[in-house]
Design a protein around this ligand. Structure first.
Ligand SMILES: Cc1cc2nc3c(=O)[nH]c(=O)nc-3n(C[C@H](O)[C@H](O)[C@H](O)COP(=O)(O)O)c2cc1C
Length: 163
């Protein structure tokens, strides 16, 4: 029997694994995340649970835009470079090639299979250590062949961020 069934059960939720990019004027950032889901068809809304202490929190609060970069499984090397916090790796963005998304200017990372650009509509305090970032989808780019089965997930990497 497990010592912590709550942790074990939470680890059984499967997640995709993405890079969330953001922009405020000339400032851009990219972080990795998995707590992401669609929460409305009309309008199309995405929800991302965003750490209160992430640098991305500051950037989206001020800039009001973000983009979800979706990778195929074979392109995990690209996203692995982005796992460190900006505070720990100030030159994080120097190591990745990107172009500005046409609708938001948020980085479209080289190697991404699809990108969803969003305008922030809410950044809600949960009372916990992550806030709820809700974005309206304003544009999407399909850059490589793929589908939900080919998309990189957290279980593919045998990592987890839950518990
Ligand atoms: C596997 C993995 C999954 C993560 N998932 C999330 C997530 O869903 N939400 C979040 O806010 N942070 C998540 N993080 C942590 C952020 O990537 C981390 O806070 C990072 O420092 C944020 O980068 P920034 O400070 O440059 O914005 C995850 C980290 C890893 C390694």
């Amino acid at each position: 029997m497990t010592a912590d069934p709550i942790k074990e059960a939470l680890h059984r939720l499967p997640y995709g694994f993405y890079s969330i990019t953001s922009r405020n004027g000339n400032e851009v950032n990219a972080m990795v995340g998995n707590w992401l889901t669609q929460v409305s068809f009309e309008p199309r809304l995405l929800l991302f649970a965003l750490s209160k202490i992430a640098y991305t929190h500051e950037v989206v609060s001020a800039g009001g835009v973000f983009a979800v970069n979706i990778f195929n499984k074979e392109d995990d090397a690209v996203i692995r470079q982005l796992t460190k916090a900006r505070a720990k790796k100030p030159d994080k963005m120097a190591g990745v090639a990107w172009t500005p998304g046409p609708a938001t200017g948020c980085p479209v990372l080289e190697g991404a299979a699809a990108v969803i650009e969003c305008r922030v509509v809410h950044l809600l305090d949960t009372g916990g250590d992550h806030d709820l970032l809700v974005g309206e989808v304003v544009n999407a780019l399909i850059l490589k062949e793929g589908n939900a089965d080919t998309t990189l997930t957290l279980p593919d990497l045998k990592w987890n961020y839950a518990g």
